[in-house]
Design a protein. Sequence first.
Length: 278
Amino acid sequence: MHENEVRIIQQINHVESENERDDGDWRIISKPLELEGVSNIRDMGGILTQDGRRIRPGMLLRSANLHKASDADLATLDRLGVRNVIDLRTRQERHMEEDRLLPDWRYLPIPVFDEGAELGKQLRGIITDPGMFIESLYPQMVASPMAVDCWKECFGHLLDEDGGTLWHCTQGKDRTGALAALILASLGVGETLIVDDYLETNRFMPHVSSKLAQKLEEVLGARFDGDVNQFLTAAPAYIHAFIGATARYGGLVGFLRAKVGLSDADFARLRERYTCAD
């Protein structure tokens, strides 16, 4: 077994200890919402920035898809202030499990990958190198031109649209976690808290390995024999691979400036809109 694969498996098997403080308490970063049909959904409100401000509640929410959202769930999200939904999934994923939405919400399908291009190549990696697939995916969300275009469009909406924004992929872990990291960085949140928030996913991911394996086989058109836990776990190595891929630009904020195209005025607008004095 490859050394890197062993490292990932070790992190998956011991990810709870990665998320605990010395006193055993979990680091609660974003606020979980108890909804009936939406998993891994959290309000980013309350997260502290490095200059002492906090993210406004009800403005930035991350989740898994809204396919099974109940009427009560949608009403709750509406009351919180959600008006925009960014769907980071591919066209095929959206077709398989369409979001349930309210009529007056703005729905923004902005895929990180295209199933016929970058994602198609990466999905084949599930079969050829299953233990390393997810970690290798994260740098692609920095290097891929389509991913960069996705982030540009997402931030364009975050700068211009009124109301709160919810973004999601399928499980609310990888693509959702990458956008969450970029948003937090743009608001002045430190890297430690960005990693902590990413790891919070492990408290809320539904562990339904058999169903996920079946979905993967439907998308791949081939039998999947890899460790499905890599799709269900937010291992520290994954988010560090994403952040590490931005090092050539000086980190996450440098990537947002150099590749996503955010200006000083954009950063100021984002922080004024989405954060408040503590």
